[in-house]
Design a protein. Structure first.
Length: 479
C-alpha cells in the first residue's frame, strides 16, 4: 500500500454539544484505530470478489469467509454463511438490548468486473492510497461503506460492552448481478431477519460537497436479445445486399426504442407513471446542481434525454431505456469483410413508481418482436434482474434520526435526494419482511463506481464510522 497522505479523523466541530460518555468513548476508540481501519479495507478490497465471473467463485467464498471472520472478531454472535444457489450471504447478530429497536444492516461484498484493465492507473485489486483517496475495485461500492459498519459495532462493543440497539447484519454476494437468489433466502429466513427497519450501507451520497440522504431509488428490469440472420458468417462482397445483416437489424431495433425527442417509443411504457407536482419540481430546482458542472464531471459534451424535463428530473423521477451493450461481427484490428450471422444487445430500464418490472419487460419484448424485419430471427435471454422503484416515507423515525445525525456530523442539514440507480433487495425487504429501508452510505456518486479507477475518499471511512455510531446511539437511546 502506497501512502502519500495520512488518514484523517474528522475534528470535532466548535461549539458541538458534549456527547454521552459511551458514545464519546466509542469515537475515541475509532479515532485510535484509524490506521487499522484503513488497513482492513485495503485487505478486504484486495479480494477479487467479482460475482459476475465464474472464475472468481473461489474469491467470492474467500471474501465471505473474511467478512464472517471480521464479524466474529467484532464480537457478533451467530455468525454464519447462508448458502444460496449462487454465492453465499453472511449473517451475524447482537441482540442484547432488551426493549430497544432491532435494525437489519444490509450491504454487499461482491464487486463489478474491473475491465477494461488497461484504463486503470493502479491495479484494481491492489488497493492503493493516493492523497486522501483509496483506489481499487469495490472500495466505494460497497466494501468501504459495508466494512465501516462492522468496525463501528466492534468499537461500541469494546468501549461500552454492548450495542445501544439490537443489530442483525446481512451481507450478500450477488448485488452486482441483480440479487437473483437473495429474495428466496430472505423468505426462507424471514423469522431470523425480523426487525423494525433496515439500514443499508449500500447507496451513496449525491455530492462530496454537501451531506445528503437518499430517500428514493428507481427500479430496474433487464433484457438481452440476439438477432439471428444467416446460419454462419458470410462474405460481405458476395452476399451483401442479398440477405439481411443482423447488425443493421439490431441497430434499427435499438433506434426504434426512442423517438426524436428522447421519449421511449414502446407502447404502454409510461402507463402508471405520475408527473411530478409543481412543488416537487421547484424543490429540485433549489438543489446545488448545474448542467455545466455535471458535464465537467462526466466529460460528456452535452446533456440529453426526454424533452421537457431537467437533468435531475430525468435522473431521479423519469423512466429510461438504455443500451448497455451492442456487438457482433468482426471487432479485431484491421478490416474483415464479413456479414455476421448474429448480433447481440443488452438493455436495462430504470423504472419509477407505477411501473411493474415484469410488465415493462414484456412490453419491450412485444415491441422488439413487432419491429423485427423479415429475414431476421429474434431470441431473448432470460433475466432475473428486476426490482421496483422505492421511496422512504417522509416521517419514518429512522429517516428523521439519520437527517439529524448527518447535520451533527457535517454541521449542515443534509439534502434529501433521489437516486437514479437501483438496489433490488429494498423491494424484497418491503414485500417479504414488511420493512422500510434507510440508505446510509458514505460513498459518493462521483467515485468512478463500476468504472476504471474506482476510489473511496478515506475521510468518508471515518465520517461514516462516526455517523453510524451516532445513529445507532440515537435510535437505541433516544438521545
Amino acid at each position: 500500500m502506497t501512502r502519500t497522505a495520512p488518514p484523517r479523523w474528522p475534528d470535532a466541530r466548535p461549539g458541538a454539544a458534549p456527547l454521552p460518555a459511551g458514545l464519546e468513548g466509542t469515537l475515541a476508540l475509532l479515532r485510535e484505530r484509524a490506521e487499522e481501519s484503513l488497513a482492513e479495507l485495503v485487505e478486504f478490497g484486495g479480494i477479487p470478489s467479482v460475482s459476475a465471473q465464474s472464475g472468481h467463485a473461489p474469491d467470492m467464498q474467500r471474501a465471505a469467509q473474511w467478512l464472517a471472520g471480521r464479524l466474529e472478531r467484532a464480537g457478533l454472535q451467530g455468525v454464519t454463511l447462508w448458502p444460496t444457489t449462487g454465492h453465499p450471504a453472511v449473517y451475524g447478530e447482537w441482540l442484547g438490548a432488551a426493549g430497544a429497536p432491532t435494525v437489519l444492516v444490509y450491504g454487499h461484498y461482491d464487486v463489478q468486473p474491473p475491465e477494461p484493465l488497461e484504463l486503470w492507473h493502479t491495479p484494481p485489486f491492489t488497493p492503493t492510497v493516493v492523497g486522501d483517496r483509496l483506489y481499487g475495485r469495490g472500495v466505494s461500492d460497497d466494501k468501504g461503506p459495508l466494512l465501516l459498519t462492522v468496525q463501528t459495532a466492534d468499537a461500541l462493543l469494546n468501549a461500552t460492552g454492548r450495542l445501544p440497539l439490537n443489530v442483525k447484519f446481512l451481507f450478500e454476494g450477488e448485488e452486482e448481478v441483480g440479487s437473483a437468489h437473495l429474495p428466496a433466502l430472505v423468505a426462507q429466513r424471514a423469522a431470523e431477519l425480523s426487525a423494525d427497519f433496515v439500514i443499508s450501507a449500500d447507496g451513496g451520497m449525491w455530492s462530496a460537497d454537501f451531506p445528503s440522504l437518499t430517500v428514493s431509488g428507481r427500479g430496474i428490469t433487464a433484457l438481452e436479445f440476439t438477432v439471428h440472420g444467416p446460419a454462419h458468417d458470410l462474405h460481405s462482397g458476395r452476399h451483401g445486399g442479398s440477405v439481411h445483416n443482423p447488425l443493421h437489424a439490431a441497430a434499427a431495433l435499438v433506434a426504434s426504442l426512442h423517438d426524436a425527442h428522447g421519449r421511449v417509443g414502446v407502447p404502454g411504457f409510461y402507463d402508471g407513471v405520475q408527473e411530478l407536482g409543481a412543488d416537487d419540481r421547484a424543490a429540485l430546482g433549489t438543489l446545488p446542481f448545474s448542467d455545466a458542472a455535471y458535464l465537467e464531471q462526466t466529460g460528456a459534451p452535452a446533456v440529453y434525454g426526454e424533452a421537457g424535463y431537467s437533468t435531475l428530473e430525468r435522473q431521479w423521477h423519469r423512466p429510461t431505456v438504455e443500451v448497455n451493450g451492442l456487438w457482433g461481427g468482426y471487432t479485431g484490428e484491421g478490416s474483415k469483410t464479413v456479414l455476421p450471422a448474429e448480433a447481440h444487445v443488452k438493455l436495462t430500464c430504470r423504472l419509477v413508481p407505477g411501473q411493474e418490472p415484469e410488465r415493462v419487460n414484456q412490453l419491450l419484448r412485444e415491441h422488439l418482436t413487432a419491429h423485427t424485419p423479415p429475414g431476421i430471427r429474434l431470441d431473448f435471454l432470460p433475466s432475473d434482474h428486476h426490482a421496483s422503484a422505492y421511496a422512504l416515507p417522509a416521517r419514518h423515525p429512522a429517516r428523521v434520526a439519520a437527517r439529524q445525525v448527518l447535520q451533527d456530523v457535517y454541521g449542515q442539514a443534509p439534502l434529501e435526494v433521489g437516486m437514479g440507480g437501483s438496489i433490488p433487495i429494498l423491494e424484497t425487504f418491503q414485500s417479504v419482511l414488511g420493512l422500510d429501508s434507510v440508505l446510509f452510505s458514505f460513498a459518493v456518486g462521483d467515485e468512478n463506481i463500476h468504472a476504471p479507477n474506482e476510489f473511496f475518499r478515506i475521510p468518508r471511512l471515518y465520517e461514516g464510522q462516526e455517523a453510524w455510531a451516532r445513529l445507532w446511539w440515537a435510535l437505541g437511546t433516544g438521545a
